[in-house]
Ligand binder design. Structure first.
Ligand SMILES: Cc1cc2nc3c(=O)[nH]c(=O)nc-3n(C[C@H](O)[C@H](O)[C@H](O)COP(=O)(O)OP(=O)(O)OC[C@H]3O[C@@H](n4cnc5c(N)ncnc54)[C@H](O)[C@@H]3O)c2cc1C
Length: 327
């Protein structure tokens, strides 16, 4: 769709609901991802929370009617957006934040709330269960979508219900069934839905004890060099069948420090792929491919990338293999 058509699309939307949030044409996605790479999105929209519940269904409905693709952006902490950028619309949930108490020991967060802010809010409320999220970049929506995991806890361990805008643009709550989730897998990965909010069942505890645990996690991440360079966290998934952590396998093959353009395997951690400055999305893709091929050739192990490659139409480029073109 041409820029003029996108302008008309936005104008028509504004006739129904006046957009009070932010929007920009040709917005560089590198400004919205923790890897700091990615070309421009044709149209980037961050709705204001006041208009969000009305605006989003209308936006998605109209875009679907016009065959326009919409990519949903959380914290941009697990994605590599193609150098060509994203055609169509990027719907940024960054302003859709906030929390509600649910009964004695439940909390509900809007999906744009940062994972770290959610952990802090739970600690303030004297509720334990979200400490594992302290210091993890990203949002509640992205965390649920990815079923983010660390320190032996996955989102699905504490998630009870998720409010979504379903494929027919209705707001519905869906119960979180254990069997629908797996290691870094959620049922939402097979659907085209917008996660609006998520409820968690926690337990009462001393705020000081909760905060102590959170600080330990934050210190551990610092010590592992998570924040030294732009990245999207672990590049590859772990797999019990490998018999050891993926990072260890990469270390043993001497691949630490291996680089392609501005992308490199961190010299201090085999499973951390970093942007050392000026990396392109293509550098990152090529390095992931190179490591995958080398690990397969020398160890017979098939690595699966954890970071998601988003092509120019806002679609995931095949998560299981990198043989697809990434444009
Ligand atoms: C330094 C660092 C450390 C990290 N450590 C960990 C770790 O320990 N464990 C771990 O699991 N991850 C880790 N990550 C990765 C990242 O933090 C998580 O995957 C996080 O859950 C991503 O959330 P996000 O909001 O940034 O998602 P995004 O990257 O914005 O999006 C990821 C996917 O979710 C979809 N999505 C996002 N929000 C919504 C929504 N509201 N509705 C529907 N779909 C949505 C997007 O379309 C996309 O497909 C790390 C990343 C960094 C940079």
């Amino acid at each position: 769709m041409s820029m003029r058509n996108l302008e008309n699309f936005l104008k028509n939307l504004n006739n129904s609901i006046e957009l009070k949030g932010s929007f920009r044409f040709d917005e560089p996605m590198g400004a919205h991802t923790t890897f700091k790479v990615g070309g421009p999105a044709d149209l980037w929209i961050r709705p204001d929370p006041a208009e969000f519940p009305e605006f989003c269904p209308l936006l998605l409905k109209n875009a679907s009617a016009e065959g326009l693709s919409v990519f949903i952006l959380g914290g941009g902490a697990n994605i590599v957006v193609s150098d060509a950028g994203i055609r169509g619309i990027v719907l940024d949930l960054g302003a859709w934040t906030g929390m509600d108490r649910v009964g004695e020991s439940g909390l509900s967060f809007r999906s744009g709330t940062s994972l770290d802010a959610a952990a802090n809010a739970a600690a303030d409320a004297g509720l334990t269960g979200l400490e594992f999220l302290a210091g993890m970049p990203g949002s509640i929506g992205g965390g649920v979508w990815m079923n983010a995991r660390c320190y032996e806890t996955s989102m699905s361990d504490v998630l009870t219900e998720t409010e979504i805008l379903d494929e027919t643009f209705r707001r519905v709550w869906v119960k979180a069934k254990t069997e629908d989730f797996g290691y870094k897998k959620s049922p939402f990965q097979n659907r085209r839905v917008l996660i609006l909010s998520a409820r968690f069942l926690l337990a009462k505890d001393e705020p000081a004890r909760i905060r102590h645990k959170m600080e330990e996690h934050r210190r551990d991440r610092e010590a592992k060099g998570h924040y030294r360079f732009p990245s999207a966290g672990s590049a590859f998934k772990n797999n019990r069948d490998f018999g050891k952590p993926t990072g260890k396998i990469i270390d043993e093959l001497g691949l630490r420090g291996r680089s392609r353009g501005g992308a490199a395997i961190a010299p201090w951690h085999g499973n951390l792929l970093i942007n050392t400055g000026g990396a392109s999305a293509e550098d990152i893709r090529a390095l992931v491919e190179e490591v995958t091929e080398e690990v397969y050739r020398r160890r017979g192990i098939i690595l699966e990338p954890e970071i998601l490659f988003i092509n120019s139409f806002g679609k995931l480029v095949c998560r299981m293999s990198l043989s697809n073109q990434f444009v």
